[in-house]
Design a protein around this ligand. Structure first.
Ligand code: NDP
Length: 300
């Protein structure tokens, strides 16, 4: 919060750079909470609704950086961050960059070093919700970076998502946790597209299979909990499921898809992974034996 000459407390303020669906939702959440919001985006028109609500669109990146100590970055990736910030690097001194852009843990660490060399500090964030979840009390973001910076700006961070999950000083950790979620998100969503493509090839609509798809997805957390305990104990007993069973089953899936004339990239990749476990001698072990194999790259 900034002070003014009258002694009255001024509204808290923030800069948001990057106005894709996420950045726009964040800027809107800050406006909802009475923040003075300064914006910059490569495509200026994306700010129109927010400016109509009282946000200020900076004439340039340097001006956007100069306007506030805390600068929220919501860009496609870190390459975009360098493209945006490099030309205005002289204005980075003293800034807190809350970088909510997705990228690899190594990119996040490199960017934290890059920021430090220019007098700024980076808090890495991984937002776990889509734009509709931004500003919601139950939504959550992973953060990592300097703890005192996180603590000092926690109220501002809690505007983005009601819950903030601080995971330590390493700026790569929040990015890693985000990517752990995203590997599941992307493969799960693609598995859903696959299921719908297969349904449609057989005359069923997405609506026809929605309940079945939802029940299948909802059954997964029970499997996660069951296997997590065994995996951490190094146990892959085939008492409940055996890889040989999985091999037969994933081939049924592959053949059902190929018979329907739909793309088989995804089911074929699944079958290849299970085949790798069979070739390594795990036929009578649990499907979870694949975790150990997947911890290394496949032999060429
Ligand atoms: P978008 O990719 O749609 O937009 C991000 C912004 O990046 C846009 O404002 C775009 O500018 C800008 N940008 C991209 N490349 C450049 C560049 N080379 N130079 C300048 N500006 C650039 O992303 P989202 O808003 O959907 O998401 C933002 C981040 O949050 C991403 O890293 C995403 O992975 C992550 N995320 C997204 C979620 C979602 O559901 N959408 C959920 C959780 C995290 P312009 O408007 O000019 O194109």
């Amino acid at each position: 919060m900034r002070s003014n000459d009258t002694g009255r407390p001024q509204a808290p303020s923030v800069t948001v750079i990057g106005l894709g669906p996420m950045g726009r939702a964040m800027a809107a959440a800050f406006l909802d909470r009475g923040y003075e919001v300064t914006l910059w985006n490569r495509t200026a028109s994306r700010a129109d609704d927010l400016v109509a609500r009282g946000a200020r669109f900076a004439a340039g990146v340097g001006e956007a950086l100069a306007a506030n100590e805390v600068v929220v970055l919501s860009l496609t990736d870190y390459a975009a961050m360098y493209e945006v910030l490099e030309p205005a690097a002289a204005s980075l001194d003293g800034r807190v960059l809350v970088n909510l852009s997705s990228d690899t843990p190594e990119q996040a660490r490199a960017a934290a070093r890059w920021a430090a060399e220019r007098g700024a500090v980076q808090l890495t964030g991984g937002v776990t919700v889509p734009p509709s979840g931004v500003g919601q009390p139950a939504s959550s973001t992973f953060y990592s970076g300097p703890r005192e910076v996180f603590e000092a700006h926690r109220p501002l961070l809690e505007v983005v998502t009601g819950r903030t999950d601080y995971r330590g000083e390493d700026p790569g950790t929040a990015a890693l946790l985000y990517q752990i979620g995203m590997v599941m998100f992307w493969t799960s969503m693609l598995s859903y597209w696959q299921a719908v493509a297969l349904a449609r090839a057989n005359g069923l609509t997405a609506a026809d299979v929605l309940e079945h798809a939802t029940e299948t997805a909802n059954s997964l957390p029970g499997f996660f909990a069951f296997y997590a305990e065994r995996i951490d104990a190094g146990r892959h007993d085939g008492d409940v499921d055996r890889l040989a069973m999985a091999m037969a089953s994933v081939e049924h899936v592959l053949h059902t898809n190929s018979a329907a004339g739909v793309d088989t990239t995804l089911p074929a990749a699944v079958a290849a992974l299970v085949r790798r476990g069979m070739d390594a001698g795990h036929a009578t072990d649990s499907l979870s034996a694949l975790v150990d194999l997947m911890g290394t790259t496949a032999p060429a």
